[in-house]
Design a protein around this ligand. Structure first.
Ligand code: ZN
Ligand code: ZN
Length: 388
């Protein structure tokens, strides 16, 4: 059985030596294999993965590679396990860890910064200057599970204690996988944006991040919160998550609609989650003078942007990288207090062995899928996929 030297384990939670793990071979090609269960070092714990949600970024990584980067290069054929939105149970403690106990349920943030660069020292560890430097003689200790180090489409993973968030007992596994998504929205609005209660927010694009962006903005006291999108069922979900108004952009000009709904004026913030080609030009016309636009989607192609409008109107335009400054901890606090029901965006659950089916549901929005979750235990396998 699993008993590495210096690592604390418990008879209550037996750990095997080897585990099932999906690995990325050529672009778009995943294989279910076996790997040794990883060993936590100082300030790390071993997490038994109980549930993992699929993110649009996972689809990008699996099909194209970036933003994943393994040993300084593309993530293909390196025995790399993708997946980053997971939660689970603390199964073993690395040397010196007393911040968590074995058996405790946790959800995870993605990034453990190097802790020594300028941005890490500022708490902006998702912008770590030593991103991806975690191997050989350039090992700076940076980890981004599912991007630069092994992720969660497997049974166990090692996490730095700073990436762990204890969750409420009554929070389901599925809901806990959504904490990091809500944490990303929180980081964009508060730490990066400086939102204070009573300011007005538009969220463009009702995907998972946009929908939870609405929920978080509302919980932070924003007013009004306006959601724009193309699909009525998603917009209805936005209303259930707290949007004051929704705009279907196929029937109304979104800039006009936002100004009409906000008393004839632009709003203080736009959180751009659509990635649409003209999204930035619309966003900079939705905000008021001095307003802020948070870019949370990445379009594939470069876009033409009306810089003069940004300059003349003193508009702040900023990208967001993950979920820094412990924003995820505060997102969990909102969810613990039932400030919004994130489970509304969870639509499907599959067994770990059914990962290819789960990815297809997420990618093609089969059966109107939004957040698709995969679980290693307790979910019957529905489909025999070619495993090798
Ligand atoms: Zn994600
Ligand atoms: Zn760093």
């Amino acid at each position: 059985m699993y008993a590495p030297p210096g690592v604390k384990v418990s008879p209550d939670l037996a750990i095997p030596d080897r585990m099932k793990a999906w690995v990325l071979r050529n672009p778009g090609e995943l294989a279910l294999t076996e790997k040794p269960v990883p060993v936590p070092k100082r300030a790390e714990v071993l997490v038994r993965i109980d549930a993992i949600a699929i993110c649009a970024t996972d689809l990008e990584v699996i099909a194209h590679g970036p933003p994943a980067m393994i040993e300084g290069g593309p993530p293909f054929n390196k025995s790399f396990t993708p997946g980053h939105e997971y939660m689970g149970t603390v199964a073993a403690l690395g040397p010196g860890v007393d911040e968590f106990r074995i058996g405790q349920r946790v959800t995870v943030e993605i990034h453990a910064g190097c802790g020594q660069c300028k941005r890490c020292r500022e708490g902006m560890y998702t912008s770590c200057h030593n991103y991806g430097l975690n191997y050989g003689d350039v090992d700076k200790g940076h980890r981004a599970n599912g991007f630069t180090t092994d992720g969660g489409f497997c049974e166990y993973q090692v996490n730095n204690i700073n990436t762990l968030i204890a969750i409420a007992d009554d929070m389901s596994d599925e809901e806990a996988t959504l904490v990091v998504t809500a944490g990303t929205a929180m980081y964009g609005l508060t730490e990066l944006g400086g939102l204070v209660a009573g300011e007005s927010v538009v969220v463009t694009g009702p995907g998972p991040i946009g929908l939870l962006g609405v929920a978080v903005a509302k919980s932070l006291g924003a007013y009004p919160v306006i959601l724009t999108g193309t699909r009525d069922n998603r917009l209805r979900m936005g209303l259930e998550l707290g949007a004051d108004h929704v705009v279907n952009v196929t029937s109304e000009d979104p800039v006009d609609a936002v100004r009409r709904l906000n008393g004839g004026k632009g709003v203080d913030y736009v959180v751009e989650c659509s990635g649409a080609p003209n999204a930035v030009n619309e966003a900079i016309r939705m905000v008021n003078r001095g307003g802020k636009v948070c870019l949370a989607a990445f379009p594939h192609d470069p876009a033409l942007v009306d810089i003069a409008h940004i300059v003349r109107n003193n508009i702040y335009l900023y990208g967001i990288r993950g979920e820094g400054k412990s924003a995820t901890h505060r997102a969990e606090a909102f969810m613990r207090q039932k400030r919004f029901d994130a489970t509304k965006i969870h639509t499907h659950t599959f067994a770990l062995e059914d990962l290819p089916t789960a990815l297809r549901y997420a990618k093609d929005r089969v059966d109107d899928a939004i957040k698709v979750v995969v679980k290693a235990r307790g979910v019957p396998q529905v489909q025999k996929e070619a495993a090798e």
